[in-house]
Design a protein around this ligand. Structure first.
Ligand code: KIV
Ligand code: NA
Length: 265
């Protein structure tokens, strides 16, 4: 079986098919999602908070993204792997963006990269696409701008909505193959989805997007703490793992593990 490509993603929109995307940060988790048939995986810089223990995505480095992306590529054989360009690895301009994206493509083997911003990342998107690197754009709440934007719903009000639509079209015109819409009013996300010929990937952006993405540790209940309302939890991995760790500890302290069948003689 060959890997899914950005051309398959384009064809899905033409056929009106919805598709799921999950984040992944390591080979083993990625292999589970690959076997489950998840067609697109994002090695998100959400790895900063969800995998590496940082407060935000801002400190994540290109070295870290390259290492995590390589692991996800190694753990999968079917999914299209999209690597996030971390904060500071593309804002200087198109040449820096190309240098950074080239590392993710050559060293990690990703099939596409993602960067935040429409208009403001136009030149970067154009050069990457011209150079043969598919680009996924990310609009709405863009966590790398937390220090200026905070974590708030984006695109509320006529002017903000107009700007988001403009950014989405700018990304499309620059050659992006898909656009993530994060924490955007559902009506606006629906309008963007209708206005573009490339797919929208929603997270907290309503049901009308062409695709949906969730952070895997949120979706499986591993993250812990209060979840944003757009997250649907499909399992309680944190509970499962906590119970298992406690049971193991109790068995060791109480002498129930190892039992006779676990010993070699
Ligand atoms: O880093 C990430 O996980 C993301 C998704 C939420 C789109 O950018
Ligand atoms: Na991200």
């Amino acid at each position: 079986t060959r890997r899914i490509t950005v051309r398959d993603i384009t064809a899905a929109k033409e056929r009106g098919e919805k598709w799921p995307m999950l984040t992944a940060y390591d080979a083993m988790t990625a292999s589970v999602f690959d076997e489950a048939g998840i067609p697109v995986m994002l090695v998100g810089d959400s790895a900063g908070n969800c995998h590496l223990g940082y407060e935000t995505t801002v400190p994540v480095t290109l070295d870290e993204m390259t290492m995590l992306s390589a692991a996800v590529v190694r753990g999968t054989s079917r999914a299209l792997i999209v690597g996030d360009l971390p904060f500071g690895s593309y804002q200087e301009g198109p040449v820096q963006a190309l240098r950074s994206a080239t590392r993710l493509v050559k060293e990690a083997g990703v099939g596409a990269v993602k960067l935040e911003g429409g208009e403001r990342s136009l030149a970067q998107t154009e050069l990457l696409v011209q150079s043969g690197i598919p680009v996924m754009s990310h609009l709405g709440l863009t966590p790398q701008s937390v220090n200026t934007m905070g974590y708030r719903v984006q695109g509320r009000g006529e002017e903000a909505a107009h700007r988001l639509l403009h950014d989405a079209k700018a990304a499309q015109d620059a050659g992006a193959f898909a656009v993530v819409l994060e924490l955007v009013p559902a009506e606006l996300a629906a309008e963007v989805t209708r206005s573009l010929h490339i797919p929208t990937v929603g997270i907290g952006a309503g049901a009308e997007c062409d695709a949906q993405v969730l952070v895997w540790t949120d979706m499986l209940g591993l993250t812990g703490g209060k979840m944003p309302r757009f997250v649907k939890q499909y399992a309680d991995l944190r509970g499962v793992m906590t119970d298992a760790a406690k049971a193991f500890a109790d068995d060791v302290v109480g002498g129930a593990f190892p039992a006779a069948e676990h010993a070699v003689h």
